[in-house]
Write a protein that binds this ligand. Structure first.
Ligand code: DAW
Ligand code: ZN
Length: 262
């Protein structure tokens, strides 16, 4: 396996990604700092609709950048629609970004404030594109639902994930992970901000309609701490680099409009 093409360290982190991925300096990069009072309220923005009842989770994996739960996406069994979306988008995976301490870790910030972590539910436009890879390079190819995580009380459903993280400690490890419905990780209100952006990791394709939910979910410090026992490195490597601070900082808005649902 070739060396790490990109990462979050000094030598291979967000500040040098532009060298191999020039789109890093593009006009619709993510994440961004969301300034609520500058977002324009758009009454035509309907509610987000999640049809996850038939969703089929398959596995949980450490891909060397984050911990990812993958879903069966060969049909429209679990989709997101409504809001700014013109058609349903298929759930493919979800993953997290987090910090080394609770004061930072999210990718999007709100009026300059970071949350401890951010959950990304990644969907693709299977109406217009044949594969995820094709959709990932199209301007309307992907829709990512972002949920902030804040520390406080224990989150009863996040245990299903934090209790198995030890099985995917090393880069490249994968474990069966069936029967998990991510609807249990959403806050009660799905009021959101939405804007046109990009993947927040290389290849940084400008293909994402971002839907960032305003209300955070609350998880305990203990639960969040379990994400930090993952490592970026493979089991066979002699270096063990703790997986934390796997977030890209906010990028220039470049004149984009952020809209808010009610
Ligand atoms: N943070 S985010 O929600 O904006 C986000 C969402 C999805 C992807 C993604 O699917 N990336 C893979 C991909 C495969 C085919 C075409 C393009 C992109 C890829 C490329 N090299 N590795 N991967 C796996 C990967 O990065 N998976 C997502 C883990 C987030 S840290 C990346 C970031
Ligand atoms: Zn992400």
């Amino acid at each position: 396996m070739t060396g790490n093409p990109w990462g979050y360290g000094k030598q291979d982190g967000p500040s040098v990604w532009h060298k191999n991925y020039p789109v890093a300096e593009g006009d619709r990069q993510s994440p961004i700092d969301i300034v609520p009072h500058q977002a324009s309220h758009d009454p035509s923005l309907g509610p987000i609709v999640l049809n996850y009842d038939k969703c089929t989770s398959i596995k949980i994996a450490n891909n060397g950048h984050s911990v990812v739960v993958e879903f069966e996406d060969s049909d429209d069994r679990s989709v997101i629609q409504g809001g700014p979306l013109g058609n349903p988008y298929r759930l493919k995976q979800f993953h997290f970004h987090w910090g080394g301490k609770d004061c930072h870790g999210s990718e999007h910030t709100v009026a300059g404030n970071s949350y401890a972590s951010e959950l990304h539910l990644v969907h693709w436009n299977a109406v217009k594109y044949k594969t995820f890879g094709e959709a990932a390079t199209a301007p309307d190819g992907l829709a990512v639902l972002g949920i902030f995580l804040e520390t406080g009380d224990d989150h009863r459903w996040l245990h299903a994930i934090t209790d198995v993280l030890y099985t995917v400690k090393f880069k490249g490890s994968v474990t069966d992970f069936k029967g998990f419905n991510p609807k249990c990780l959403l806050p009660s209100s799905l009021h959101y901000w939405t804007y046109l952006g990009s993947l927040t990791t290389p290849p940084l394709h400008e293909s994402v309609t971002w839907i960032v939910v305003k209300d955070p979910i609350i998880v305990s410090e203990k639960q969040l701490g379990k994400f930090r026992m993952l490592v970026f490195t493979g089991e066979e490597e002699d270096q063990r680099i703790r997986m934390e601070n796997n977030f890209r900082p906010p990028q220039p808005l470049k004149g984009r409009k952020v809209r808010s649902s009610n």
